[in-house]
Write a protein that binds this ligand. Structure first.
Ligand code: SF4
Ligand code: SF4
Length: 442
């Protein structure tokens, strides 16, 4: 037990009672996308908890099978919502993933640490990558790689081709970029109105600047003033990959930046909001003052859906009636436990606009879409199988619009709509509300 946990002293220790809280009832299994895909107990929450416990208690050696079990977990936390015993699965899998980094290939480790530490938190480098991706789309890189692979199929390709071929898949999950190259915020001044700080995220700002702008428009429309303090990547992707020192470093930087202000911190991307709300879990008493600062910081974080749910006046004039469905991002529903607020908002929209808006429930709306950070790139086949199920339910609901709240879901759902030929538009909840306000004003 000591061996694994002590190699990761950077993270609060996993207490035996957390591991023992699972009573193996299996009620979480139907909520687990990876278990439903292949009915393999090693790919279920119960199986993963069992394996991590055995590993941490030195009853099980590290093996590729163990790594596969943990690696394939989407960290969607659907199992936490389903579990009647209140098992803290997130804490368990985080510890498992941190321990796993000790066994990763040095090349993969160096590369992923470079991305988490030097690329995501650095807007300049991030933007350069963004332009590269834009060129990649423009020159139709996917088609070129596909052709190359087809041409060389009979030949035994060298290992280096594999990561290059992954780039072909990357394009599948990207939005069209061309109209989104300007980064421009106009912070309001604090003048006695309800005041907030805005956290714009890194990937969210890169790919979905317009959604961040919509978020700010909604805040302004509803009498909020906002500031945009200096900030960096929230660290969610680093934590999901088990790179805890990088996640903690990014957390400490954000805590320091936002520590200069006292107002609530509003976030437009559910993945970032979930991570920021959990900064307190990265530290414990042994870390000293930062533990209290992290708790204070986490208590200030508000997901934008919590603000939208409080907007009373939602009456709009539209040209035609639209059918709206809601896909609940795992990081909103399961990580932040925000289930009802978005639904209340959509029901309010329908009640106040009966001639224009119909809210339609999507089956298994809280079930993961298969995005899960970079899971769709690392485990593309499994991700697509999960996505196909989601697309079936979206198709069955016969919608005009599917609404969600997380950048990863937006990219994944957009890819799914194209791949599986579903004629529905996907939008962020802020984009929807901002568009409704604008259309009514025109
Ligand atoms: S995680 Fe919860 S629901 Fe799943 S087997 Fe354990 S106790 Fe049961
Ligand atoms: S986090 Fe998601 S994928 Fe992982 S065990 Fe839980 S339900 Fe399954």
């Amino acid at each position: 037990m000591d061996k694994i946990i002590n190699t990761n002293k950077l993270f609060p220790d996993l207490k035996p009672e957390v591991l023992d809280s699972c009573i193996h009832c299996g009620l979480c299994l139907p909520a687990c996308p990876t278990y439903l895909s292949d009915l393999n107990e090693n790919h279920s929450p119960r199986g993963r908890i069992h394996l991590i416990k055995a590993w941490f208690e030195n009853r099980l050696e590290y093996s590729d099978k163990l790594a596969d079990s943990l690696d394939t977990c989407l960290m969607c936390l659907g199992c936490e919502t389903a579990c009647p015993s209140g098992v803290h699965y997130e804490e368990i899998i985080n510890n498992g993933k941190i321990a796993l980094t000790n066994y990763k290939s040095p090349f993969l480790r160096i590369f992923s640490r470079l991305v988490f530490k030097n690329i995501l938190p650095n807007y300049f480098i991030l933007k350069l990558n963004y332009y590269f991706l834009w060129i990649w789309q423009f020159i139709k890189g996917k088609e070129f790689i596909d052709l190359m692979l087809k041409f060389f199929q009979p030949v035994n390709l060298p290992g280096i081709v594999k990561p290059i071929a992954k780039l072909a898949q990357l394009q599948m999950f990207l939005p069209p970029i061309a109209n989104n190259l300007v980064f421009q915020f106009k912070p309001s001044s604090i003048n006695g109105k309800k005041s907030l700080n805005f956290f714009h995220g890194c990937v969210m700002e890169l790919f979905f600047h317009d959604i961040n702008q919509s978020t700010l428009n909604i805040l302004t429309n509803n009498d909020f003033d906002y500031l945009i303090p200096q900030q960096t990547c929230c660290g969610a992707l680093a934590l999901h990959a088990g790179e805890i020192d990088i996640a903690k470093d990014l957390a400490m930087r954000n805590i320091a930046y936002f520590g200069l202000t006292v107002n609530p911190i509003v976030v437009s991307g559910s993945g970032c909001a979930a991570m920021l709300k959990h900064y307190d879990q990265l530290f414990d008493e042994s870390d000293g003052e930062i533990f209290n600062q992290a708790k204070e910081f986490s208590n200030r974080v508000v997901d934008i859906t919590q603000i939208i749910a409080q907007i009373d006046q939602c009456k709009f004039k539209l040209k035609q009636k639209i059918r709206i469905g809601y896909h609940a991002a795992c990081h909103l529903a399961h990580a932040q436990k925000i289930h009802q607020e978005p639904i209340d908002f959509f029901e309010k929209l329908q009640a106040q606009n009966p001639d224009f808006i119909e809210f339609v429930a999507i089956q298994d709306a809280e079930f993961c879409c298969g995005s899960a950070g970079i899971y769709n790139l690392l485990h593309t086949d499994s991700s697509l199988a999960i996505l196909e199920r989601k697309m079936q339910f979206i198709r069955d609901a016969n919608l005009d619009l599917v609404v969600t709240s997380n950048p990863g879901c937006l990219l994944q759902l957009q890819a799914g709509l194209t791949l599986f030929n579903v004629d529905v538009k996907v939008v962020h909840i802020c984009e929807l509300l901002d568009t409704l306000i604008n259309q009514s004003n025109n």
